[in-house]
Design a protein around this ligand. Structure first.
Ligand SMILES: Cc1cc2nc3c(=O)[nH]c(=O)nc-3n(C[C@H](O)[C@H](O)[C@H](O)COP(=O)(O)OP(=O)(O)OC[C@H]3O[C@@H](n4cnc5c(N)ncnc54)[C@H](O)[C@@H]3O)c2cc1C
Length: 552
């Protein structure tokens, strides 16, 4: 493909010339490259790094004139590779485009009724780590996901699911405005007031397929509204790490299940349990382990009988949090009992607990406790799964035993599953989102289209595998078993296979797989109509993972 004329940023056309190909390959890397580069044909005809609005406008005109589609990439974390395209498409890489001082600033407050919320103007190129730090420096916060390397560009469109999901909802619930460059190369400002349908479709509908978003305007929360050091309630966290043991895992997952089963569970609480295989980059998840390394290695050595000079063994990580919603909220004995159950695990399983901390600090600081500071969990290809459920009978149905047994197969060497243990690495995250006071649920009709808002639990089971056919077959087989157990009429977890756009997997032809991602056909077509208007020539349809455009 020819390069774009008068474009100021760097451009890399696809080539078979070995020297030029080296540079192309070095710039053709996303999270999904490891798993889908060949299967999903992730070899764009041209990779272009725009420097500014003008470059993007030139690229859109060039694509329109030549009938090429554009895929937009901000951080490159899309699990199916949807930020990429094929040989007749252009990838616009915005990782470094909007990184000036004007691309992350506070704005004057809006007039009422939104007037009481601080407003942040942030570009798509900012990472969650940078955004979190900016807010923390100003004693502000918003809910968002865990990985510091993820960019706002895709994250806002796919939701931004994170530790504050029950207490404050999704990042996407906090978006007030979207600035983008549309199919005509024009700058368009989209708010709920200016274009409610397009706003709805962009926030949760079909990431990357409406235009090139450059910035978001986001409403933030103030620490001062949720932390009252002088008069009483303060945000309270619990962060624990146990060496993997199925008994500990079952106890913790039963806490998640019990919370999800109780529709009255107050809004203040959030709970997430993670499990990671050995050789996980644990210090990127719990950096404070470094402060006490000698003792921790000693504990590991005593508990699992290995020389502490090895990589981290498999671990369970618990994030628990209680946040006051106003000055009248009380940190009661009942709240403390909830945390006490996790403290008890520390003493009861003392050989297995390698870290337990209870931060009491402003929410903006607390949010940084829940970050993961590496771009990926394991340097291997993966077979991903993410299951949502609206069940409120998880304890009674004994779902925990099933999922814990599945995890155990991979994490513990046994005669029956030795190959699985040798070849596969897990990164599991199971979080409660349910209850009628949960803001994930309460925000369901706020003008965004994120699906499955009545979910009570989100269960992420990612299986990485040693490159090669054996590892791939083992990971696929393990996930096929999970599919049988976790979705379907007889499942203890969910009667329906419900997926979310942030954690996609499986068939990426959206026109076939949409029933997994959207509640009903009417919703799929409602988003499709906005696709038809926003993308009349298919400029923003770079791959099959796009809602089908409906043209009336
Ligand atoms: C290690 C890891 C951890 C994660 N943890 C979480 C988590 O805790 N919570 C959570 O909710 N999600 C999480 N995710 C998923 C992540 O939030 C989504 O994949 C998100 O969409 C990534 O955005 P991105 O810009 O970094 O990636 P990209 O791959 O660049 O973009 C994702 C999608 O958005 C589109 N897009 C990106 N930028 C633009 C733009 N400027 N204009 C128009 N369209 C654009 C792309 O075309 C693509 O379809 C995680 C992903 C990874 C890999």
């Amino acid at each position: 493909m020819e390069t774009i004329q008068d474009f100021r940023g760097l451009q890399y056309p696809f080539t078979t010339d070995p020297i030029l190909r080296h540079a192309y390959d070095a710039n053709n890397v996303e999270y999904a490259t490891s798993s889908y580069q060949i299967d999903h044909d992730m070899f764009p005809g041209l990779i272009a790094f725009p420097q500014n609005d003008d470059d993007i406008q030139k690229a859109v005109k060039y694509a329109k004139d030549n009938g090429y589609p554009i895929s937009v990439m901000s951080g490159g974390h899309q699990y199916s590779g949807a930020c990429s395209t094929h040989g007749k498409g252009i990838q616009l890489n915005l990782k470094l485009t909007y990184k000036g001082p004007q691309d992350l600033v506070m704005l004057p407050q809006l007039p009422a009724p939104n007037g009481n919320k601080p407003l942040v103007y942030v570009s798509v190129s900012q990472s969650l780590g940078e955004f979190n730090q900016f807010l923390q420096d100003r004693q502000l916060f918003v809910p968002h996901g865990q990985c510091t390397d993820v960019r706002l560009g895709g994250h806002a469109q796919t939701g931004g699911y994170g530790q504050l999901g029950r207490s404050f909802g999704l990042l996407g619930d906090h978006i007030w405005g979207i600035r983008m460059i549309n199919h005509d190369g024009k700058i368009q400002e989209v708010t709920k007031a200016s274009n409610a349908e397009l706003f709805y479709a962009i926030l949760g509908g079909s990431p990357g397929n409406f235009g090139v978003i450059t910035h978001y305007t986001i409403e933030a929360h103030r620490d001062a509204d949720h932390d009252f050091p002088e008069i009483g309630p303060r945000p309270h966290g619990f962060k624990g790490v146990w060496l993997y043991r199925d008994t500990v895992l079952k106890l913790l997952l039963n806490e998640v299940a019990a919370m999800a089963d109780d529709p009255e569970f107050p809004r203040n609480f959030d709970l997430c349990v993670s499990v990671v295989s050995s050789s996980f980059t644990m210090l990127k998840l719990i950096p404070e382990l470094k402060d006490n390394m000698a003792e921790i290695l000693q504990r590991i050595a005593e508990a699992v009988g290995v020389n502490g000079d090895t990589k981290f063994p498999a671990c369970i990580v618990l994030y628990a949090q209680w946040v006051p919603m106003n000055a009248e909220d009380k940190y009661t004995d009942k709240v403390d009992e909830w945390f006490q159950r996790f403290r008890n695990l520390d003493s009861f399983f003392k050989y297995w607990c390698i870290h337990a901390a209870e931060p009491i600090e402003p929410v903006s600081k607390m949010t940084s406790e829940w970050l993961f500071a590496a771009p990926r969990e394991f340097d291997h290809p993966y077979e991903k799964r993410c299951y949502m459920t609206n069940s409120t009978t998880l304890v009674q149905d004994k779902w925990v035993d099933q999922v814990a047994d599945q995890i155990h197969q991979v994490l513990t060497p046994s005669l029956s599953h030795l190959a699985l243990w040798k070849n596969c690495f897990l990164s599991v995250q199971i979080q409660c989102f349910g209850g009628k006071y949960s803001q994930f649920y309460a925000n369901r009709n706020n003008g965004t289209s994120y699906s499955w808002r009545n979910s009570t639990v989100c269960q992420v089971l990612d299986c990485f595998y040693k490159d090669g056919e054996e590892g791939k077959a083992l990971a696929k087989g393990w996930q096929a078993e999970n599919d049988k157990l976790m979705c379907g009429e007889n499942s203890r977890f969910s009667k329906q296979d419900k997926r979310v756009l942030w954690a996609s997997y499986g068939d990426w032809d959206m026109d076939k797989s949409w029933p997994f991602y959207y509640e009903c056909q009417a919703k799929y077509e409602r988003i499709g109509r906005q696709r038809g208007l926003a993308d009349p020539r298919g400029t923003f349809t770079p791959n099959p993972f796009s809602v089908k455009a409906v043209k009336d």
